[in-house]
Design a protein around this ligand. Structure first.
Ligand code: BGC
Length: 304
């Protein structure tokens, strides 16, 4: 990190092996850099404060619920919970001061990094005292993330990781090739809220074969299984595996400076948008004292 970059205000943790070098900080349990054989794979900021100033969620952990919640409210056990809205009447990515802006408690060993966060009852409107943990681990050319949580009340929980990938380092994500193991995607309206329908991935939504991204996306795809997707660019292939039921592909249309539109693609294995209000979607209910556990694996490979 350069002098004057402001990262000394936060605790920064690193993991590295022969293939990968991971840099993180306790603000948002954020990945600030991920290098594969020395080459940067993700978008980050040069100055720590930019993570607070911009709303792009670069490399952060999102919680309690990723994506949008209609009317910033949901009901659970006959009770209505009003959440803090931060996008018109909706809540996006857990609200205004959510997990991405919290300082997590870090714990490092040479094998893994763990981050812990206590989210109090009523945090951004969500019920229950929730204890959240995120673990980063390297295994050869694989970065694995585990998301765990437990709550003292019935609640909803749907975190994700908001890494933006730019495998080429050229800032032209739409030129990368993508394959998504999805036969369906979540139909959304003009406010990017689900209609409740899952449509077949035809035409522009068909990524069943590897092909250039080409145009803007901000959509959630319904995964067939644990093979999520593959991204390829400039001699590097990234394969993502997960046990989340969906993946949000966001091509960074509104990425603020110092980046520019489409300079990276956010690939977010996750539950579907507005899940607490959509009875037909995989449930995000986390029953009291039940352990939450989901994982994501990022496998890198050279193709040339
Ligand atoms: C969402 C976008 C949103 C962006 C904010 C993405 O995860 O899908 O709709 O604008 O986050 O950075």
């Amino acid at each position: 990190m350069q002098n004057g970059s402001g990262f000394e205000k936060y605790r920064c943790y690193r993991l590295e092996n022969d293939c990968l070098q991971l840099s993180t900080m306790d603000l948002g349990a954020t990945v600030t850099s991920l290098r594969f054989h020395g080459r940067e794979m993700v978008l980050g900021y040069a100055r720590a404060e930019t993570y607070r100033e911009r709303d792009a969620y670069l490399g952060a952990v999102i919680g309690r619920c990723a994506n949008r919640i209609a009317g910033a409210s949901f009901s659970l056990g006959g009770e209505i919970f009003r959440l803090s809205a931060n996008e018109g009447s909706k809540q996006l990515h857990g609200g205004p001061e959510a997990f991405d802006r919290r300082v997590w408690t870090g714990e490092a060993t040479n094998q893994q990094l763990r981050f812990f966060l206590s989210s109090p009852d009523g945090d951004n409107g969500y019920p229950g005292n929730l204890q959240a943990a995120v673990t980063y681990r390297l295994d050869g050319a694989c970065l694995r993330m585990d998301f765990e949580a437990i709550c003292d009340r019935d609640t909803v929980y749907a975190p994700t990781s908001h890494l933006y990938f730019d495998l080429s380092g050229r800032g032209r994500a739409l030129e990368a090739s993508l394959q998504i193991q999805a036969d369906r995607y979540v139909e959304v309206d003009e406010e990017l809220l689900p209609t409740g329908r899952l449509l077949p991935t035809r035409g522009r939504y068909d990524f069943r074969r590897l092909r250039p991204i080409g145009e803007d996306y901000d959509h959630c795809f319904v995964l067939d299984g644990q093979d999520c997707c593959r991204l390829e660019d400039s001699g590097v292939a990234l394969e993502i595996r997960t046990d989340f039921p969906g993946v949000q592909i966001y091509t960074g249309r509104f990425l603020p400076p110092p980046h520019h539109a489409n300079s990276g693609v956010a690939i977010e294995p996750c539950f579907f948008p507005d899940s607490p209000n959509q009875p037909g979607f995989p449930s995000v209910l986390l029953p009291k004292e039940r352990r939450f556990h989901r994982w994501i694996e990022y496998h890198f490979r050279k193709t040339q």
